[in-house]
Design a protein around this ligand. Structure first.
Ligand SMILES: Cc1cc2nc3c(=O)[nH]c(=O)nc-3n(C[C@H](O)[C@H](O)[C@H](O)COP(=O)(O)OP(=O)(O)OC[C@H]3O[C@@H](n4cnc5c(N)ncnc54)[C@H](O)[C@@H]3O)c2cc1C
Length: 295
């Protein structure tokens, strides 16, 4: 039975930073990632607040640099999806569908999951046209794409898509909650149209096989035939693998310095790359300290 010193769930910026710092101490963590290295950063149009990149850097480019660094340090990343965690006999037991991993320390850097449309039925045959992140659509051109939301993510997605596509941003109210600079950029892009007080009531398949949005507005009902729909209506911590039973043990394990949460999964509204990276480095330093004490 192999027991890892440290398992990190998630290879987003937080998990990667923790892994890099652990490697610098000579600790060889195992990172488990079920999607792609880089996490949510794949969706970021232009990261302007990560020091070291004057003028900003597109999220995917920053991910590419992280990946190079991960390779330089020979960090072990395994492609798997954590379904459950437990702690027994002084070890964490991290399970996926086919594997069981064990470790002395556990870092949960699993980020967030998108809130899905819950009040509208999406017909089965249109589900492949509905997304909650932008990166799967980034190579599309000359499509009509509707983005639902009024926060940073919605406007960032619109900017990302709006150079090559026509974009509708649908806001069910007249309030926006994004960075002023994103709004100022959006209104300058001709291919982006912002529609306030526009609420989707129903979604159906059009005669052409596209997505037909039936919306209510203060002036009555209106319809839009679009190619793709993206929901940007909020995100919640990704902790599906934590059972009620483990949650009870978790508080004590955290206080003992054996369990750590890093990045967006625990940062509430303060979800930023530099914060996740800082959390990751700090966590690695604390784990190193704990390991020294145990020797
Ligand atoms: C549109 C957009 C624009 C943004 N712009 C900026 C910006 O300009 N500046 C900035 O600082 N930040 C920006 N961000 C935020 C930034 O992307 C996040 O703060 C950062 O990615 C958080 O890192 P993280 O490691 O905590 O989580 P994530 O990046 O979400 O990574 C979590 C990882 O865990 C993996 N995972 C989850 N569950 C499991 C499981 N059960 N098993 C295995 N793996 C799992 C996920 O696949 C993912 O790769 C933006 C985000 C978005 C959406």
């Amino acid at each position: 039975m192999e027991i890892e010193d440290v398992i990190i769930i998630g290879a987003g910026p937080g998990g990667m930073a923790a892994a890099l710092q652990l490697k610098r101490y000579g600790i060889d963590p195992l990172v488990i990632e079920h999607n792609q290295i880089g996490g949510l950063l794949h969706n970021a149009n232009l990261v302007e607040n990560y020091p070291g990149f004057p003028g900003g850097i597109p999220g995917p480019k920053l991910v590419h640099l992280f990946e190079e660094q991960i390779q330089d340090y020979s960090i072990r990343i395994t492609a798997d999806s954590v379904g459950q965690i437990d702690h027994q006999d002084n070890y964490f037991i991290v399970s996926s569908q086919d594997q069981v991993y064990r470790s002395r320390f556990l870092v949960i850097a699993s980020g967030t999951k998108p809130r899905q449309f819950s009040d509208i039925n999406i017909p089965m045959d249109l589900q492949d046209r509905v997304f909650y992140e932008v990166y799967p659509l980034l190579d599309h051109k000359d499509q009509l794409i509707a983005v639902v939301g009024a926060g940073d993510a919605a406007f960032d997605y619109a900017l990302n898509l709006g150079t090559e596509n026509d974009v509708l941003v649908l806001n069910r109210s007249d309030q926006i909650s994004c960075l002023p600079l994103l709004w100022e950029r959006v209104i300058r892009v001709q291919r982006i149209k912002y529609l306030q007080n526009t609420k989707i009531k129903e979604i159906s398949r059009s005669l052409a096989g596209k997505v037909e949005l039936h919306c209510s507005t203060p002036n009555g009902s209106t319809s839009y035939e679009i190619d793709y729909l993206i929901g940007a209506i909020g995100r919640d911590p990704q902790l599906d693998f934590i059972s009620g039973q483990f949650a009870k043990k978790a508080i004590q394990l955290e206080s003992l310095g054996e369990l750590y949460y890093v990045g967006d999964v625990v940062n509430g509204l303060y979800r930023q790359t530099a914060i996740a990276v800082g959390n990751g480095i700090l966590t690695a330093m604390k784990i190193y300290e704990r390991l020294q004490e145990k020797v």
